[in-house]
Design a protein around this ligand. Structure first.
Ligand SMILES: NC(=O)c1ccc[n+]([C@@H]2O[C@H](COP(=O)([O-])OP(=O)(O)OC[C@H]3O[C@@H](n4cnc5c(N)ncnc54)[C@H](O)[C@@H]3O)[C@@H](O)[C@H]2O)c1
Ligand SMILES: O=S(=O)(O)c1ccc(CO)cc1
Length: 486
């Protein structure tokens, strides 16, 4: 066990619980496979108490004036900044990403909370002129939806809960948060920031458990008004179906399979150098475990060989290691199942005739390390071209016309992030309009910003987080219309 890693507890009905009826599981350091801590798991008993408490927390928190909620949430963001060093170390220990990336995640999360706190003051309603006599006022209001059940994965264990907690709390909702069991420590420290800042103890419940049992149990509870999940398309569909059965509000931030179209005017010389530098950095950030990570690179057929060779060469140069080592550029994958998944993607692609340019293997050392891997000309039927690899795998594909490239980019049911590179403004507009995605980045990969909505089209999701849109998904529209009594 590491001395930098916290003792883990659930937070239910205002109490920190270090044991619960669902048993326990170990938390593993993905960089060396050592055990960091033991995680207590909630069973139905704690989940029922959490749901009831979330209802009380909602009744209390919704009555706090928006400006007072704003002051408390800004304080939570400040505490997160003050504790960023400690929280980032825990994040790296349990998740694997380089410490600098973890620090950036924590401070960016504080910015997300700040932005949503501000938006909480701007949940304006409107008055509507009556069309008949005898009406004093029609008022259209935005009211908090109620207690939220929120589920988040392990790839951004502070950022993703911050998106949900920041928006839901700013709107006046309470939250039952179930972060990933693989990365509980940093999420727990995040929740502490909110509680220490003055969010009422019953407005945030923090649970872990058997994911399918926890989600089914909570979604069916009458107290839960809204389900918000960040995760795979499969889990999003399942939870969305369950939510729909009970007519609960639903937000799904789901998987992606981001294309990158390199236009002719950026496919050689300095242009190609610029594209490669940005692409390699973006591809291997968080070991490729980013929902908006670039996966399919479409380049003009004449440049395919050069682009592929240079991408593979840059990939080979990356320094792999523990995220706590300052020299590390790419850490391990988050858990053992990710390695098995990468091996399945590679075997299938090779079996279907894709050309492996570099990588393709687990690294022979303790920890869940996988080589940066580049394929060229993978058939559309291959698994890597159909499913999100969610790891350090890139595929370089040729195109003959820009319209053909756009068609290939749009061929999958995913539509989260998408990217393109061009010098020409007309081509930029054509790409921006033609590519189907919730977020299109042209000449850069920075589509996720606290100020901008983040969300997918098609099967990549429903609703958005961050930006002005984020908070609206935790509100309902309510109309109050008052007539004269006689
Ligand atoms: N669109 C986005 O904003 C976004 C952001 C990050 C990750 N993701 C996606 O998340 C996925 C990776 O994360 P993951 O593999 O942990 O996702 P996952 O779908 O397996 O799990 C996501 C969360 O849902 C919980 N969960 C609830 N009910 C569950 C059930 N019945 N079965 C399994 N899990 C259940 C998990 O425990 C976890 O907390 C990728 O597809 C990635 O693209 C999307
Ligand atoms: O760090 S961010 O670029 O804001 C970012 C991007 C994507 C995700 C979801 O996987 C989380 C954070």
């Amino acid at each position: 066990m590491s001395s930098s890693y916290p003792h883990l507890s659930l937070h239910v009905a205002g109490q920190w619980l270090s044991a619960a009826s669902g048993g326990e599981r170990p938390v593993i350091n993905p960089a060396d496979e050592s055990v960091l801590a033991t995680l207590p798991l909630a069973g139905p008993a704690e989940l029922a108490v959490a749901a009831e408490s979330a209802q009380r927390g909602f009744e209390q928190w919704r009555r706090v004036r928006p400006h007072d909620r704003y002051v408390i949430l800004r304080r939570a963001a400040e505490l997160l900044r003050e504790r960023a060093g400690e929280i980032a170390t825990v994040l790296t220990l349990e998740q694997g990403k380089p410490l600098a990336e973890a620090k950036r995640e924590v401070t960016l999360s504080a910015d997300i909370i700040d932005f949503q706190a501000e938006e909480g003051k701007r949940l304006y309603g409107r008055t509507v002129a009556p069309r008949v006599d005898g009406i004093l006022s029609h008022t259209v209001q935005r009211v908090p939806v109620g207690p939220v059940a929120a589920f988040t994965p392990w790839n951004f264990p502070v950022n993703l809960p911050s998106r949900k907690l920041g928006s839901a709390l700013a709107a006046g909702c309470s939250v039952v948060l179930k972060p990933a069991e693989e990365t509980p420590g940093s999420a727990m420290l995040l929740v502490r920031c909110f509680l220490d800042a003055g969010v009422p103890a019953e407005a945030i419940q923090l649970v872990w458990g058997d994911p399918a049992q926890v989600s089914s149990f909570l979604i069916e509870r009458p107290e839960i008004a809204k389900v918000s999940v960040t995760g795979s398309v499969a889990v999003g569909k399942l939870l969305g179906e369950q939510a729909a059965r009970h007519v609960k509000r639903f937000t799904g931030e789901l998987g992606g399979h981001a294309p990158v179209i390199v236009a002719e005017d950026m496919a050689d010389g300095a242009g190609m150098g610029f594209v490669l530098k940005q692409s390699v950095t973006a591809k291997y950030r968080n070991a490729g475990q980013v929902c908006a990570s670039p996966i399919r690179f479409y380049v003009p057929r004449a440049q395919l060989a050069t682009f592929g060779e240079r991408f593979a060469a840059a990939s080979q140069k990356l320094q792999l290691g523990s995220g706590l080592d300052a020299a590390t550029q790419m850490g391990p994958l988050a858990h053992a199942r990710r390695i098995e998944d990468m091996e399945r993607f590679v075997d299938d692609a090779v079996g279907q005739g894709a050309r492996l340019l570099t990588g393709g293997h687990r690294v022979a050392r303790p920890g869940f390390f996988f080589e940066p891997t580049v394929f060229a000309e993978a058939p559309l039927s291959s698994r890597v071209m159909q499913q999100e690899p969610f790891g350090p795998i890139a595929v370089i594909q040729p195109y003959d016309t820009l319209d053909g490239a756009i068609e290939q980019a749009n061929a999958l049911p995913y539509a989260l992030g998408a990217y393109a590179f061009t010098r020409d403004l007309h081509t930029a507009h054509r790409l921006g309009e033609g590519i189907e995605a919730g977020m299109v980045g042209i000449n850069h990969f920075g589509v996720s910003q606290p100020e901008l909505p983040f969300g997918g089209h098609k099967e990549s999701g429903l609703g958005q987080e961050q930006g002005a849109e984020g908070i609206t998904h935790y509100t309902e529209v309510k109309t109050v219309t008052i007539g004269t009594p006689f």
